[in-house]
Design a protein around this ligand. Structure first.
Ligand SMILES: Cc1cc2nc3c(=O)[nH]c(=O)nc-3n(C[C@H](O)[C@H](O)[C@H](O)COP(=O)(O)OP(=O)(O)OC[C@H]3O[C@@H](n4cnc5c(N)ncnc54)[C@H](O)[C@@H]3O)c2cc1C
Length: 479
C-alpha cells in the first residue's frame, strides 16, 4: 500500500478534526487509534460540550459571550499561565467551527438547566461526545480516511526536526509525508502520575488514590518519547491537570461524567479529619469544579466528603448512586467514618457563622459566613434540615497539561524552530493555552481549533512541501 500523505496518531476529537481537514484539503490520510473500535474516541467520547464565543444569540447559545469575556475567564482561571496569541486564536475559532462540525454530522442541543450555568457559553453535543466521535468516524470513512484500531504507536522516527515514520508497538514501520500527533495527555499512566506527584509530607503517594475519569489509552507514551528522546520543546508542569472531585466509588478508568458530584457549593466539604479546608462558595460551579480534585489530592488520604442537607435536594444534578443518608449530623459522621466530635464541631461552627441573605444559586448571592476559616463566600446556609447526605470524593483526573510547545501553525518545535512536517493537537498541546485551571468546555475548543489547524497544515506540507507555511486563516474566516 502507498504511504499516506498524512498520518494522524490518536483517535479522539483532535485527531478526527485533523484527519477530516487534511482529507478535505485533498491529502490521503491514515489514522492510527490505540484502542479497539468499541473504545475509540479517547476522552472525547466522554464530553458533552464546547465553549463558544459569540457576539449575539446563535442557534443553541443565548445572549452573547464576546471574545473579551472568554479571554478574561481564561486569564482568570489560568492565573496568566496562557499564551494570549494562541488562546485568542482558539477563542475566535470557537465562534465559527460549529457549521463545519454540523457538516460532519455533529448535532447540537440547548443545555439542560442545572448547576453548571452554561446556556450562554457552551454548545452541547446531541448524544454527547460519543455521538460526536461516531459522527466524525462516519464522515471520515465516507471521505476515504483509512482508520486502524488496536494500533498503539510506540515511537517516532525523525531526521533532525523532520518526521519520517511511526513505529507501532507491534513493530510495524509506517512512513508518511507528514504527521499529526493527537494522542492525548498522560493522565492514564499511573506510574507517571505517581512520579510527578511524588510523596507528600505525610509519607503518602497522592497519585495512588487518583481515579482516571476518561480513557485508559492515554498513557503519554509519545509525549514522553518526543520530550525525552527527541528533545521536542515542552510546555507545562506535570502536576497541572484538569482534576475534579468525583464519587469515590467510581471505577479506576472511564467513569465519565456520571461520577461527578455537583453539590459542593450547596453545602460544606470536610476532609478525613472532619475539617473544612476551602471556600465551597467561591464562584459558580463551572468555574470552580475543576479545582476540587486538586484540593482533595492535598488532603489526608486524598479523600473528602461533600455534605448537604434536605434543602439542597432538587438544586443539582443528582449523582447516579445515592449518598449516605442520616437523620442527624453525628450519625452521618459515624457512617462515613469521620471523627464524630471534630465533625460536629466543624458543622456547629459553620452553622453559627452563616449570615443568610437572599439565597440565589443562579447568582453570586449575599449568603456568606462571618468569623469562620475558611469562609464560605456565597450560598452559605446552615445545614439544619434533615435528612443529611454525604458523598465521598476522590481526585478524578481528566487530563494533564504537560505538552509539546507549539505555535499558530500547530508545528512541533525543536530548539525554538518549527518542524516542517510534524504537528500536534489536543491534549498533547493544551498546556500552551492552559498552564493551570480550567473553564468548562475549553478542552474541546482547543482540540477542535488546533486539530483543524494541524490537519490543514499537515495536508499543505504534504501536498506542497516547498511552499512556505502560511499563517492559518484569520480565525473569523474559518468556516
Ligand atoms: C469525563 C470527561 C468529560 C469531559 N467533558 C468535557 C466537555 O464537556 N467539554 C470539554 O471541552 N472537554 C471535556 N473533557 C476534556 C476533553 O475530553 C479533552 O479536552 C479532549 O477530548 C481532548 O481531545 P484529544 O483528541 O486531545 O484527546 P482524546 O480524545 O483523549 O484522544 C486521544 C486519543 O489518542 C489515542 N492514543 C493514545 N496514545 C496513543 C498511541 N500511543 N498511539 C495511538 N493512539 C493513541 C487514544 O486512544 C485516544 O483515542 C472531558 C474529559 C473527560 C474525561
Amino acid at each position: 500500500m502507498r504511504d499516506p500523505d498524512v498520518l494522524v496518531i490518536g483517535g479522539g476529537n483532535a485527531a478526527l478534526c485533523a484527519a477530516l481537514m487534511a482529507r478535505e484539503a485533498g491529502a490521503s490520510v491514515l489514522l492510527l487509534e490505540a484502542s479497539p473500535r468499541e473504545w475509540r474516541g479517547g476522552n472525547s467520547q466522554h464530553t458533552r460540550n464546547l465553549r463558544c464565543m459569540h457576539d449575539a444569540p446563535q442557534d443553541v447559545l443565548v445572549d452573547a459571550y464576546p471574545e473579551e469575556e472568554f479571554w478574561q475567564d481564561l486569564l482568570k482561571v489560568t492565573g496568566g499561565l496562557t499564551d494570549e496569541h494562541l488562546a485568542r486564536l482558539v477563542i475566535r475559532a470557537s465562534s465559527t467551527c460549529r457549521d463545519w462540525m454540523r457538516r460532519h454530522g455533529v448535532h447540537f442541543q440547548p443545555p439542560l438547566s442545572g448547576a453548571l450555568h452554561v446556556a450562554r457559553t457552551n454548545a452541547f453535543f446531541m448524544g454527547g461526545g460519543k455521538a460526536l466521535v461516531n459522527a466524525y468516524y462516519r464522515s471520515a470513512q465516507a471521505l476515504g480516511v483509512a482508520v486502524r484500531y488496536d494500533t498503539p504507536v510506540e515511537r517516532i522516527e525523525m531526521d533532525g526536526d523532520r518526521f519520517v515514520a511511526a513505529w507501532t508497538v507491534a513493530g510495524e514501520r509506517i512512513a508518511a509525508q507528514t504527521c499529526v500527533l493527537a494522542a492525548g495527555g498522560f493522565e492514564s499512566n499511573l506510574g507517571w502520575l505517581r512520579e510527578a506527584w511524588g510523596q507528600n509530607e505525610r509519607g503518602e503517594w497522592p497519585a495512588e488514590n487518583f481515579l482516571i475519569r476518561g480513557s485508559r489509552f492515554n498513557q503519554g507514551v509519545l509525549l514522553r518519547h518526543m520530550l525525552d528522546d527527541h528533545r521536542a520543546d515542552g510546555i507545562g508542569d506535570p502536576t497541572q491537570a484538569h482534576m475534579v472531585a468525583i464519587d469515590a466509588r467510581a471505577p479506576l478508568y472511564d467513569g465519565g461524567i456520571c461520577t461527578r458530584i455537583d453539590c459542593v457549593s450547596l453545602g460544606v466539604v470536610v476532609n478525613a479529619e472532619g475539617r473544612r479546608f476551602y471556600d465551597e462558595g467561591e464562584d459558580f460551579w463551572p468555574k470552580r469544579y475543576a479545582i476540587w480534585g486538586r484540593l482533595v489530592a492535598h488532603q489526608p488520604r486524598q479523600i473528602a466528603y461533600s455534605i448537604i442537607d434536605a434543602k439542597a435536594i432538587g438544586r443539582f444534578m443528582p449523582p447516579v448512586f445515592p449518598g449516605v443518608v442520616s437523620p442527624t449530623l453525628p450519625e452521618l459522621a459515624g457512617r462515613i467514618g469521620v471523627d464524630v466530635a471534630t465533625f460536629t464541631d466543624t458543622l456547629a461552627q459553620y452553622n453559627a457563622a452563616c449570615r443568610v441573605g437572599t439565597f440565589d444559586h443562579t447568582a453570586l448571592d449575599d449568603c456568606r459566613t462571618e468569623g469562620v476559616t475558611p469562609a464560605k463566600t456565597h450560598w452559605a446556609r446552615p445545614l439544619d434540615t434533615p435528612p443529611y447526605y454525604a458523598y465521598a470524593l476522590r481526585p478524578g483526573i481528566t487530563f494533564t497539561y504537560l505538552g509539546l510547545r507549539t505555535d499558530e501553525t500547530a508545528a512541533v518545535r525543536f530548539g525554538g524552530r518549527p518542524s516542517p512536517n510534524l504537528f500536534v493537537a489536543g491534549e498533547m498541546m493544551a498546556g500552551n493555552v492552559l498552564g493551570k485551571g480550567y473553564t468548562a468546555g475549553v478542552g474541546m475548543s482547543i482540540g477542535t481549533a488546533f486539530g483543524r489547524i494541524a490537519g490543514t497544515q499537515a495536508a499543505r506540507a504534504a501536498l506542497a512541501p516547498h511552499q512556505p507555511a502560511p499563517s492559518p486563516e484569520p480565525a473569523h474566516a474559518v468556516a
